[in-house]
Design a protein around this ligand. Structure first.
Ligand SMILES: [Zn+2]
Length: 256
């Protein structure tokens, strides 16, 4: 199958979904990684052009490690809007990547870029199969891809309340690859290291992955929720690709 991970910023995919993507890649599936922006505001000392070039290289290196395609969709940090230009850009990307499964950011998260990305990806997944919705050269999809939301940063909503995943993927077997992919984002790692005086970038990812793992009795995990609105695929397409790694979270209310 073809799996597209479309998140807001370079390193979002690595933080929330790289373990799952590693397992999928091992299973022989094709992975397409895209970020809405090149992370152009993510530097204490470099201008937008300089840091964009650095971060797109870092994202490409990470995707290369996985053996995945990487594309930056050309929007800008803190300037992602749910508007016509953005929807068309994401639809055109979907029509090129032609995924069966899409992973994206949490619809409720700590910052608007993540939330707006989730909203635009949701709309684009719906629109990509509609012939009269014109986006560019690529031809319309034949159906709506199955859509999944990853965890929010720290797994909490705007009020600090936990957002429970619907299921977790046990990524204990893929945690070293996930850490290596995240480490490709050296500009962010060094920035945090200088600020915190420790390797907080990797440590924080490991802590959160371990907390998700604890929900299912595994060392490390990643959480997801499936979009089950009208017309979107309801069958557990992602879960069925990784049956031995998928653990439903029972008796927990998802509030995000
Ligand atoms: Zn982000």
């Amino acid at each position: 199958m073809r799996i597209a991970a479309i998140f807001a910023h370079p390193d979002d995919i690595e933080l929330m979904a790289a373990g799952t993507l590693t397992l999928l890649k091992r299973g022989g599936h094709e992975i397409f990684m895209a970020t809405m922006t090149p992370g152009d505001k993510g530097s204490p000392d470099k201008n937008q052009v300089e840091i964009s070039a650095i971060r797109m290289e870092e994202a490409k290196r990470s995707a290369n490690r996985l053996g995945a395609d990487y594309e930056c969709l050309g929007f800008s940090d803190l300037e992602i809007y749910d508007d016509e230009r953005t929807r068309r850009g994401v639809v055109e990307y979907l029509r090129r990547a032609r995924p069966d499964i899409i992973l994206t950011a949490s619809p409720v998260d700590y910052m608007p870029d993540h939330e707006i990305t989730a909203a635009v990806v949701r709309t684009a997944a719906f629109a990509a199969g509609i012939r009269n919705y014109h986006s560019g050269a690529a031809s319309p999809l034949t159906g709506i891809p199955a859509l999944y939301y990853a965890d929010a940063m720290e797994g909490t909503d705007h009020f600090g309340e936990a957002i429970q995943p619907e299921f977790c993927i046990d990524v204990s077997d893929a945690i070293s690859e996930k850490a290596e992919m995240l480490a490709c984002h050296a500009s962010q790692r060094e920035w945090l290291r200088a600020h915190h005086g420790m390797d907080e970038y990797i440590e924080a990812m490991m802590r959160f992955s371990a907390a998700r793992g604890a929900l299912i009795g595994a060392d490390y995990a990643e959480g997801f929720r499936q979009h089950r609105g009208h017309a979107y695929p309801h069958e557990p397409r992602l879960q069925e690709l990784l049956p031995e790694y998928t653990h439903p979270i029972q008796n927990m209310k998802s509030n995000g």
